[in-house]
Design a protein around this ligand. Structure first.
Ligand SMILES: C[S@@+](CC[C@H](N)C(=O)[O-])C[C@H]1O[C@@H](n2cnc3c(N)ncnc32)[C@H](O)[C@@H]1O
Length: 419
C-alpha cells in the first residue's frame, strides 16, 4: 500500500503541521517556556509550508514596529515613556527567544519564501541587536562546520581524490553561508564551477568587460576595476617593490601593478584559456614579469622552496571555497612575504573580499570570521570601505548566471604580518 494514501499518514501530517504552527506561534510570542516544551520532541528548524518562516523568522518578524498612522498593537497605554519601555521589553524578550532557539540548534541562514534569512529580516526591520545575535550565531556555526570538515578530512585520509570531490559536490547537509548560494543556484542545471578542478577544465568566454565560464558564471567583471585599483595602490605604495599576484583573470590588477613600476612581478595562473590569452596579449614579454603556469597549490610551495620574497601579495582566484583562502594565508603567505624591518612595516597581503557578498548578513558573518582567522595567523588588517554602485540597475548581471555581488559597500582588506 502506498503509505501516502494511508489515513494514518494524513493524521501524522496534520499533527506535524500543527506542531509546526505551535512552535512558530510560541516563537512569535517570545514564549520560551512553551518553546522549551515543544522543542523537547521537535526540531527548532521547522518551516511554515507557505511563508517558509522558521521559528527564528517568526521571533524576529514579530518585532516589526507598527506603521506610522496605523493601528497600534497597544494594551491601552498612551504614555511615550511607557511605550518605549514596553518596546524595550518586547525586544529583550525577542532577543532571549532568538538566543534560546540558537541554543536549541536553529539554523541561522534558512531562507523563507521571500528569499530572506532571519538576519535579512532583522536588518530590514532595523533591529540591530537582533541582527548582531544572528551574525554571531552564524560565525559560531560556520567555524564549527569548518572544524567538522577538518575532522572529516582527517577521518577520510585514505579516500581517493575523486571521492573527496564527490563529497565537496553534494555536501548538502552542511548549512553554510555558501549553502544559501547553492539553494539559489539550483535553477540553471549543471554548474561547471562547483569545484576548482571542474572550473579549470571548463571553457571560458572573454569579452571587453567580463570573463564567463561554461555555465555563465562571472569569473571576473570590469566593475571590479575600482576595487582592484585601490588594492594595488595600498599594496604597492612606492615603485621598485616586488609583487606576487595569484589569479590573472582579466589582468586588471596586473595592469595596475605594472603601472606602479615593481622591481619584480610574478603571476600565478592555472586556467589554460587565461594563459593562452596572456600569451596573445604579450604578458610573457613584459620586463620583470614572471608567469607561473599552474594551480597556486602546486606553484607556491616551489616559490617558498626557492626562497622568493615579495613586498606585496594579492590573492583572487575563482571556484574555490573560503578554506582555500584560509589555507593560503595561514600556511603560505608567511613564507613569501618580506619581513617587517625594525619598527617599520613588513610586506602586505591583500585579497578579493567577496565571501558571502550576495547578501549582507553572509558578508558580515564572513567578515568576522576572516578577521578573526587572519589575526590568529598573525596578521593585522586595515579595512577600507569602498562604495559599489547598484549593479542591478546598471544591467551588469545581464547574461550572468548569478549576481555574486549585491551590496553597496566593499570592505577592502590590507594585511600586514605582525607575528
Ligand atoms: C577573479 S579572477 C582574478 C581577477 C584579477 N584579480 C583581475 O584583476 O583581473 C580569478 C583567476 O584565478 C584563476 N584561478 C582559479 N583557480 C586558481 C588556482 N587554483 N590557482 C591559480 N589560479 C587560479 C582563474 O583562472 C582566474 O583567472
Amino acid at each position: 500500500m502506498d503509505p501516502t494514501t494511508d489515513p494514518a499518514f494524513s493524521v501524522a501530517l496534520d499533527e506535524t503541521a500543527l506542531t509546526t504552527q505551535s512552535i512558530l506561534l510560541a516563537a512569535a510570542h517570545h514564549d520560551i517556556p512553551a518553546l522549551r516544551d515543544l522543542l523537547r520532541n521537535t526540531s527548532a528548524n521547522v518551516q511554515d509550508a507557505e511563508t517558509g518562516f522558521t521559528p527564528l523568522h517568526a521571533a524576529i518578524a514579530a518585532c516589526e514596529p507598527y506603521e506610522e498612522g496605523g493601528p497600534k498593537p497597544t494594551n491601552g497605554h498612551t504614555n511615550d515613556d511607557e511605550e518605549s519601555e514596553e518596546r524595550k521589553n518586547e525586544l529583550d524578550a525577542a532577543a532571549r527567544t532568538v538566543k534560546f532557539l540558537f541554543q536549541n540548534g536553529a539554523i541561522w541562514n534558512d531562507l523563507d519564501s521571500k528569499n530572506e534569512t532571519p538576519g535579512c529580516v532583522a536588518r530590514r526591520l532595523g533591529l540591530s541587536e537582533m541582527y548582531e545575535i544572528v551574525v554571531d550565531a552564524g560565525v559560531r556555526a560556520e567555524l564549527l562546520l569548518a572544524r567538522l570538515d577538518q575532522y572529516q578530512i582527517l577521518g577520510d585520509q585514505g579516500d581517493s581524490e575523486e571521492e573527496e570531490e564527490e563529497e565537496e559536490d553534494d555536501g548538502k547537509e552542511v548549512q553554510s553561508a555558501e549553502a544559501v548560494v547553492e539553494v539559489e543556484d539550483q535553477t540553471n542545471g549543471e554548474d561547471v564551477s562547483t569545484t576548482n578542478p571542474n572550473y579549470l577544465a571548463s571553457q571560458l568566454t572573454f569579452t571587453e568587460t567580463r570573463i564567463l565560464d561554461d555555465s555563465a558564471n562571472g569569473v571576473m567583471m570590469a566593475w571590479e576595476t575600482t576595487l582592484m585599483k585601490r588594492s594595488a595602490e595600498l599594496l604597492l605604495p612606492s615603485s621598485g617593490l616586488r609583487v606576487l599576484n595569484i589569479g590573472h583573470g582579466m589582468g586588471i590588477i596586473d595592469g595596475i601593478f605594472q603601472s606602479l613600476n615593481p622591481s619584480a612581478h610574478h603571476v600565478v595562473e592555472a586556467h589554460p584559456d587565461v594563459l593562452k590569452r596572456m600569451k596573445e596579449e604579450g604578458w610573457y614579454e613584459k620586463p620583470g614579469l614572471v608567469v607561473h603556469e599552474g594551480r597556486w597549490q602546486d606553484v607556491v610551495p616551489a616559490l617558498v622552496e626557492k626562497g622568493e620574497i615579495f613586498d606585496a601579495i594579492y590573492f583572487d582566484t575563482f571556484a574555490e571555497e573560503y578554506k582555500a583562502l584560509k589555507e593560503f594565508f595561514t600556511e603560505h603567505v608567511i613564507g613569501l612575504l618580506a619581513p617587517k624591518e625594525g619598527s617599520g612595516e613588513g610586506g602586505r597581503f591583500g585579497f578579493f573580499n567577496g565571501m558571502g557578498a550576495d547578501r549582507q548578513v553572509c558578508y558580515d558573518v564572513y567578515h568576522k570570521i576572516v578577521e578573526m582567522e587572519l589575526f590568529e595567523a598573525g596578521f593585522d588588517v586595515e579595512w577600507e570601505e569602498i562604495a559599489v554602485p547598484d549593479l542591478q540597475d546598471s544591467g551588469e548581471w545581464e547574461g550572468v548566471k548569478r549576481s555574486y555581488w549585491a551590496l553597496d559597500k566593499y570592505r577592502l582588506p590590507t594585511c600586514t604580518f605582525i607575528g
